[in-house]
Write a protein that binds this ligand. Structure first.
Ligand SMILES: *[C@@H]1O[C@H](CO)[C@@H](O)[C@H](O)[C@H]1NC(C)=O
Length: 998
């Protein structure tokens, strides 16, 4: 009842705010199923209150350690975001048709629970298709042998996907905000925007998916993410789209497309055309970049999409009143096991604000400035861009600049002016003045003389008639970080680049009070304007605090200083306590401040420190709080002249001793016994299908597509038995495994060649000569092929079935002998195929190498009988070797010390691949001749930080001369004193005998 009333009150408030001549706000829209999450043409409402949605993408399956979700969510929350958008992976949950699992790391409940604990709303994106750079775009492996037009209303596809959609729908429904959970929106399909001709947008498919979700109890609004604002799938509650304006070429991270900003200006018109009744929503905006095999590496991607990119492009979205903005990714995680599609490698760091090892990049701190501004600017939530396509030189007179005027169309007071370069690629400094209408008439700013400057790739949001508590900022060119009313005093934080000239003017109801610098070395110039306004001119350098009368405190900050501020909120009571934004506490200092709570007169902060130098804190809080703790330790407080609290603390960063992987005792065994004469492949799957649903008609007498036999990940092995005519000179084979794949071929025990792989080749035609002298007539032989499976292709074109692009042998023949035929083909992949063995680590963890089928990668496997040998010694011939070692870790509590396995590229050109297993989890696929990844982060919880660990490595040498790993080390990627919750190890289940293993 109460909720209903709150909802009606909000409506009344809206109508009450209507000003004559303004367009009447539409009645708040609902989906008719609930009143908790509603929307209108401007913004989303939760519980009757308008909310700005600034969210970041996080994928539960790319972080298998359930107890680390909270750490990531808290980091997202502390950045000033309020939501996370998440894909769910059908193939991971339904690896065998009809057997749907939410076991182990696939249990979604810890993900939702952590979101609740952190105060993060969830925008759920269950598919069935997700794209996401995952194998098959999320479609399950068994889709390789399931007929139908995938991503259409074709009955066989609806039938195939209905089980998963209902199962995931039920999970989402149980965790909806209406049921006390964090889920506020559910996206249907993903990027359903391209259709394989002759097929077109399938409206029956769209409505079928909506029904499946509704039937499973999903009542929150349904959303759509079009691949661009193209008007597909618009029959939905809230339509939105993708935008990646800076592209994905991380090799030239400082080269921006000149039209990257300008070319997005049509988004606003598209929004009005396709979804005028709902907010302008971008459900995926570039937050980083993927990187392909052989790519430039994620540090480059982070630079391509770094703080300058964030300033220009996220403010450009602000300029189009994008009140729902989701960044893809905010934390990318890891493509461990076989998660990746062929276009990406093990790391899915994405150059995101939060790196793969969960450390914070500078990008994070820049985002924090923008997110906090959005969070305290309700006028933005009812705004409209006014001068779309008429932005060049507007308000500045500078032809090189574009400025969008964004006005609050409901409050009819506040204006935002978003200034940036017209040509996004330009680094030149532009000077300008801003001539804008204000409540006291048109002003040209700066008023006290001088010019404003835009320093190359930058963008600014200047505000006019902006409310900050009881204070009104007549204008501010210094950008607003946040404001808070604390003890009836409005504290306003503004910032600019170091040394920039800015002005902020306040409006008073009577003669303006004096403005005095009370702290810091900055100088201010003031001028009283008409209508009791007071303008302050200053340069942003360090931190200067200005007192303006008794009721206003202005913090003037340069960007570096601004980065250090955190805006937290005291939680209220009840299940949604962490979502409360009523009682702000502002604190400066620390690498990360996660939360604040209060007991009596004590503020209890939790946070992380990474510096061995003393960190200075400043706390802006109600005077009633006279004591404070950080991570439970009392801070020794002093009080500033203007009433804030200061303290210092130094991080405690204990040293830990890490094992030296080069001196550990390693054991080794041959993982390619298949080429030995005595080897029997009796237990292998016979590849004897003569038909396939695959659109690619086989050129071979029997189908040699691994997916047709239930093998969808990791290494695939093939065996071809034949009787020689005596004329054979060699074997020609056309293999396909996805971009950057490789293969090696043996005739009996003799190595006859490899394809070492190339990121530009998904398939390869190789010819491999038989050893000199040829084969004896009527002799019997077996060819053994080891191939890599780089993941299934995505399925971007609906009805195109690209994801069924086969992995395996596309064609073969014997050179010199057309009449030789293979008597039997056999195939091996992960043990059990779709009946995979390791339900703890899931269907994509193991491939088909002998060692993997036997479970050699698992803790507890008895390798006593193995020889001594290390991967740094390697093997002297083509083949596959397995290595195992164990070591102990003893990392104390209270720190976050992320670890990685670091390899170095072999000095001598050498073609080989290695897989890294940590406690049985496949956490790295290294390709020496392709790269780029050589450092593989492994999260705590996969690594046992307080006990025994098993490290196993497979080494597949493609060259006759063999291969070795040049060096191998366990290294810390950061050292942080941390308040993150205790990390529980994922089940590190040990080896047990594997019935039927061969
Ligand atoms: C809705 O508002 C009421 C009253 O403030 C509050 O008790 C409740 O927790 C809110 N619910 C949600 C989901 O935010």
């Amino acid at each position: 009842m109460f909720l209903r009333r709150a909802f009606i009150c909000a409506l009344t408030a809206l109508v009450g705010a209507r000003a004559p001549g303004l367009r009447l706000p539409r009645q708040t829209e609902t989906d008719g199923l609930q009143n908790m999450v509603t929307w209108d043409e401007y913004s989303l409402f939760i519980n009757g209150t308008r909310v700005n949605i600034f969210s970041g993408e996080v994928h539960p399956f790319r972080m298998p350690v359930q107890s680390l979700h909270l750490d990531v969510f808290q980091k997202v929350k502390s950045m000033g975001f309020n939501a996370v958008s998440a894909y769910f992976h059908w193939g991971m949950h339904e690896p065998k048709r009809g057997e749907i699992s939410f076991e182990g790391f696939r249990d979604l409940q810890p993900f939702f629970d952590a979101a609740m604990k952190a105060g993060i709303y969830i925008i759920a994106r269950p598919g069935p298709y997700i794209n996401a750079e995952v194998t098959g775009g999320g479609l399950p492996g068994w889709g390789q042998h399931t007929a139908g037009l995938w991503r259409t209303s074709n009955a066989s596809f609806i039938d195939a996907s209905a089980g998963y959609m209902k199962a995931i729908g039920t999970q989402l429904a149980a965790n909806q905000i209406t049921n006390g959970g964090p889920v506020i929106l559910v996206q249907v399909e993903n990027e359903y925007s391209g259709y394989q001709p002759p097929y077109t947008e399938d409206f029956a498919y769209e409505s079928e998916l909506k029904s499946l979700l509704r039937e499973s109890g999903v009542t929150v609004p349904l959303t759509v993410n079009d691949a661009w604002p193209g008007g597909h799938f618009t029959d939905i509650d809230i339509y939105g789209y993708d935008s990646y304006p800076n592209g994905f070429n991380c090799s030239f991270p400082d080269d921006w497309l000149s039209g990257a900003v300008d070319s997005t200006e049509y988004f606003w018109g598209a929004h009005l055309q396709y979804s005028p009744q709902s907010p302008n929503a971008v459900f995926e905006f570039q937050g980083g970049s993927l990187d392909a095999w052989g790519g430039a590496g994620y540090e480059n991607c982070a630079q391509l999409t770094g703080p300058a990119f964030e300033r220009v492009f996220y403010k450009n979205e602000f300029a189009m009143s994008t009140t729902m903005l989701n960044l893809y990714m905010v934390f990318g995680g890891t493509n461990w096991g076989g998660i990746a599609h062929p276009g990406v490698y093990t790391s899915y760091d994405y150059g995101a604000a939060i790196a793969e090892d969960r450390t914070l990049r500078e990008k994070y701190y820049e985002l924090k400035l923008q997110a906090n501004f959005r969070a305290v600017s309700p006028a933005f939530l009812t705004s409209r861009p006014i001068n779309i396509f008429n932005t060049q030189s507007s308000f500045t007179g500078n032809q090189a600049l574009k400025t969008t005027q964004v006005l609050d169309a409901v409050g009819n007071k506040t204006g935002f002016y978003v200034v940036r370069q017209l040509d996004a690629s330009i680094d030149a400094v532009q000077t300008y003045t801003l001539t804008v209408p204000t409540s006291i008439g048109t002003l040209t700013i700066p008023i006290l003389g001088g010019n404003l400057a835009l320093n190359g790739k930058d963008s600014k949001i200047h505000v006019v008639d902006y409310e900050a508590g009881q204070s009104t900022l007549l204008y501010s060119t210094g950008e607003i970080l946040t404001w808070a009313t604390i003890d009836e005093r409005d504290v306003v934080l503004v910032y600019g680049n170091s040394g920039e000239l800015h002005e902020t003017a306040f409006k008073f109801s009577s003669a303006p009070p004096a403005a005095t610098v009370i702290s810091g070395t900055g100088k201010i110039k003031t001028q009283v304007l008409s209508n009791n306004s007071l303008a302050l001119q200053y340069t942003t350098t360090g931190q200067t605090v200005v007192e303006i009368g008794n009721n206003t405190l202005l913090y003037i900050l340069d960007r570096e200083s601004a980065y250090q501020f955190w805006v937290l909120h005291l939680p209220s009571a009840g299940a949604f306590a962490q979502f409360d934004t009523a009682n702000p506490i502002v604190i400066k200092g620390g690498y990360l401040i996660r939360s604040v709570a209060s007991t009596g007169n004590t503020l209890a902060f939790t946070g992380d420190l990474n510096s061995t130098h003393p960190v200075s804190f400043e706390i802006i809080a109600p005077g009633a709080f006279t004591s404070a703790t950080l991570n439970g330790v009392k801070l020794s407080l002093a009080k500033t002249k203007y009433g804030t609290l200061t303290a210092q603390k130094t991080a405690v960063l204990p040293t830990v001793t890490l094992p030296d992987l080069s001196t550990l005792q390693w054991k080794t065994a041959d993982s390619l016994p298949e080429i030995q004469p005595q080897y029997s492949d009796a237990l292998w799957t016979v590849a004897n299908h003569t038909t396939t649903i695959n659109a690619l008609a086989p050129l071979t007498p029997v189908v040699l597509y691994a997916g047709d036999y239930g093998f969808h990940t990791g290494n695939i092995l093939w065996r071809a038995h034949f009787t020689a005519t005596g004329a054979e000179e060699g074997f020609a084979v056309h293999m396909q495994g996805g971009a950057a794949f490789g293969y090696s071929v043996w005739l009996d025990a003799t190595f006859i060649g490899s394809w070492e792989g190339d990121p530009n080749f998904a398939d390869f035609n190789g010819t491999h000569a038989f050893p000199g002298g040829g084969l004896r007539k009527a002799s019997t032989h077996v060819l053994t092929i080891v191939q890599d499976h780089m993941g299934n292709e995505e399925d971007w074109w609906a009805a195109g079935n690209d994801f069924q692009t086969p992995r395996g042998v596309l064609d073969y023949h014997f050179i010199g002998s057309n009449s030789t035929s293979v008597t039997i083909w056999k195939v091996a992949g992960n043990l059990g195929g779709e009946d995979y063995v390791d339900t703890t680590r899931g269907p994509l963890n193991e491939g088909g190498l002998f060692g993997e089928r036997q479970g050699w990668h698992l803790p507890g496997f008895n390798d006593a009988a193995w020889a001594r040998g290390a991967p740094t010694q390697g093997i002297a011939h083509a083949g596959v070797a397995f290595y195992r070692t164990t070591f102990n870790l003893n990392v104390p509590q209270g720190v976050d010390y992320p670890l990685a396995i670091a390899l170095t590229k072999s000095m001598t050109p050498s073609n080989f691949r290695a897989q890294i297993y940590v406690n049985g989890y496949s956490f790295g696929k290294y390709v020496n001749n392709i790269g780029p990844q050589s450092v593989f982060p492994v999260p705590q919880g996969i690594l046992n930080y307080n006990g025994l660990n098993t490290l196993a490595i497979s080494l597949w040498a493609n060259d006759a001369g063999g291969a070795r790993i040049d060096s191998l080390a366990l290294k810390l990627t950061a050292q942080i004193e941390s308040s993150m919750g205790a990390v529980e190890n994922q089940p590190l289940t040990v080896w047990t005998s594997r019935p039927g293993a061969f």
